[in-house]
Design a protein around this ligand. Structure first.
Ligand code: 5GP
Ligand code: MN
Length: 344
């Protein structure tokens, strides 16, 4: 089997091979990463709509729940969640002929689903914009310069059948491009991104409504939790670095629900002269501290997360974890930033 690795310049080969695979009806499983965000859920659902329109069977299978602010995306009600319906998910994966993996670069990112995917005989196709992709797919469209996986799925659909866009596909793709670009402001936002967005609005994406649903749908308790997070904000002495913490007790006091802390880490970068922000969030049931890192400019939080906190992601947005207590994790973080202090 020939492997086709596609970057911007090689996209044609990826499309040619993908077209061949889609010539006959397929049973397709489409996977986002664990704890799917707007880009992961938007891209998988858009691809599902496109494939169903083209007479394939297609299901989005998520390792677990997604945040409530995404529970209006067209088709989200059909998503099969492994934590809720393990039997159905197992059956789908066992009978699949093609598996698309979207918005992640390593099978470990699908959590407990990993062994099932490893075992499956279905051909795997990766579409993703994270650095250092692992080598498990027969077809790869991997491009770290892309704003989002949704922009890549836009390119794929545009190349396969530019007439296929409808309001369902457009709303899903707009959402993921918007959330992964911080509303079109991060550096990976290019003229091509805006061109795609213009086309998606033309074909049915309701931009004002999407912004409202994502950014103006906060619960009272989530805003209170943001207040606690910001009052926990600390700066590392003499460095342009801040961090925030949330203990399980603080989360519980604000009736924490999945997705409530999304975006909190970005507030650190809204400070003048701060170029690195971190949030550490205690998760008692998993026995870990989940960490999110954001940077502005040169400093690679992807490398930092990989080296110090068993994680990864993008140059300016990454995540990781620690199995120490929150106090010990803070100490480890403070030591780690002193080690890389020369980079600031
Ligand atoms: P977030 O901080 O929003 O959870 O994630 C930021 C970026 O880092 C996302 O692209 C996400 O996929 C990636 N990421 C988050 N946590 C991890 C992790 O534990 N491991 C890896 N490899 N990537 C992560
Ligand atoms: Mn993404």
């Amino acid at each position: 089997m020939t492997k086709i690795v596609s970057s911007l310049g090689m996209k044609k080969d990826f499309i040619i091979e993908l077209k061949k695979k889609l010539e006959t009806p397929q049973k397709v499983v489409i996977l986002p990463h664990k704890n799917p965000d707007g880009d992961a859920l938007g891209s998988t659902l858009a691809l599902m709509h496109f494939l169903i329109k083209n007479n394939h069977q297609a299901d989005v299978v998520s390792p677990n729940e997604y945040p409530a602010f995404l529970n209006w995306l067209p088709g989200q009600e059909k998503v099969l969640k492994y934590n809720r319906s393990p039997k159905d998910v197992r059956n789908k994966i066992e009978s699949a002929t093609l598996i698309f993996t979207l918005d992640f670069n390593s099978l470990s990112r699908v959590g407990d689903l990993e062994p099932l995917i490893q075992k499956s005989k279905a051909e795997k196709i990766m579409i993703d914009h994270h650095e250092s992709p692992n080598d498990y797919a027969v077809l790869m469209y991997s491009d770290v310069s892309m704003s989002s996986t949704c922009e890549m799925v836009y390119n794929v659909i545009e190349s396969l059948d530019s007439k296929a866009f409808n309001s369902e596909i457009a709303n899903c793709l707009y959402t993921g491009i918007m959330t992964d670009t911080g509303s079109f402001r991060y550096p990976a936002t290019t003229p091509a991104t805006h061109k795609a967005i213009a086309h998606l609005i033309k074909t049915g994406a309701s931009s004002t409504e999407i912004h409202q649903k994502i950014y103006d749908s906060s619960s009272f308790s989530r805003l209170k939790l943001l207040g606690i997070t910001l009052s926990n904000l600390k700066q590392i002495q003499n460095l342009p670095i801040v961090f925030m913490t949330l203990t399980q007790g603080e989360l519980n006091s604000c009736d924490y629900k999945k997705g409530d802390t999304e975006g909190f880490v970005n507030y650190g970068l809204s400070l003048e002269n701060i170029v690195f922000s971190c949030i550490m969030i205690e998760n008692e049931s998993e026995g870990i501290i989940k960490m999110s890192f954001r940077s502005q400019g040169e400093f690679s939080v992807n490398n930092f997360a990989r080296f110090y906190f068993n994680g990864g992601g993008h140059h300016n947005a990454a995540g990781g974890m620690s199995t120490d207590s929150i106090e010990a994790t803070i100490i480890r973080f403070e030591k780690a930033v002193q080690e890389v202090a020369d980079n600031f």
